[in-house]
Ligand binder design. Structure first.
Ligand SMILES: CC(C)(COP(=O)(O)OP(=O)(O)OC[C@H]1O[C@@H](n2cnc3c(N)ncnc32)[C@H](O)[C@@H]1OP(=O)(O)O)[C@@H](O)C(=O)NCCC(=O)NCCS
Length: 153
């Protein structure tokens, strides 16, 4: 049965949209799953960095993925994530991807686990237990240079 279309889906806000281009297609002419997984992994990494305030986060686990529908060249798709569990060093998220043109759900991933790392590359406590909707935890170091120059600082 078709999934009812709502602006929000189980508390998930859909922030990121993608335009399916020729380089994103498989030999069948539909969206290549590998492209979609790359976008989701990047989206989850950004979400984890914003939530945990640390750019040293890595993908630990992606649970079963059921591709329910696909997309064709020119379709617009939207991705949404929400945190479902804050562990000691980990963050678990749920992801939904939808096709904005056909209004079908493309996939749901129940568990994407990222681990927060310390400078030594080992799991480190992140100290958070709830979602932030602000930018109050943004990293204070730069991933490439270790320093950030904010305007007026
Ligand atoms: C991430 C990594 C440092 C974790 O090392 P580890 O020895 O498993 O660490 P720990 O056992 O201390 O577990 C760290 C956290 O991950 C969680 N975790 C470990 N294995 C897990 C699994 N299979 N499923 C879900 N969570 C898991 C633990 O519960 C813990 O979370 P918590 O502190 O919130 O309870 C290590 O596995 C690694 O470097 N993996 C490669 C990561 C990577 O490069 N990803 C990119 C893809 S190439």
């Amino acid at each position: 049965m078709a999934t009812p279309w709502r602006a929000h889906d189980d508390g998930i806000n859909f922030h990121t949209r993608k335009w399916v281009r020729p380089e994103d297609l498989n030999a069948n002419g539909s969206l290549f799953g590998g492209s979609l997984l790359k976008w989701i992994d990047e989206e989850a990494a950004i979400y984890a960095i914003v939530q945990l305030g640390n750019y040293r986060v890595v993908t630990k686990l992606i649970s079963e993925i059921n591709f329910e529908a696909s997309a064709l060249q020119g379709d617009l798709i939207e991705m949404g994530l929400t945190a479902t569990e804050f562990g000691r060093t980990s963050l678990t998220m749920r992801a939904v991807v939808r096709n904005m043109i056909t209004r079908k759900r493309i996939l749901t991933i129940e568990k994407i686990v990222f681990v927060n790392l310390g400078d030594d590359g080992r799991p480190a406590p992140h100290g958070y237990d709830s979602i932030t909707y602000d930018r109050d935890r943004m990293p204070r170091e730069h991933a490439a240079t270790d320093t950030i120059r904010l305007p007026g600082v």
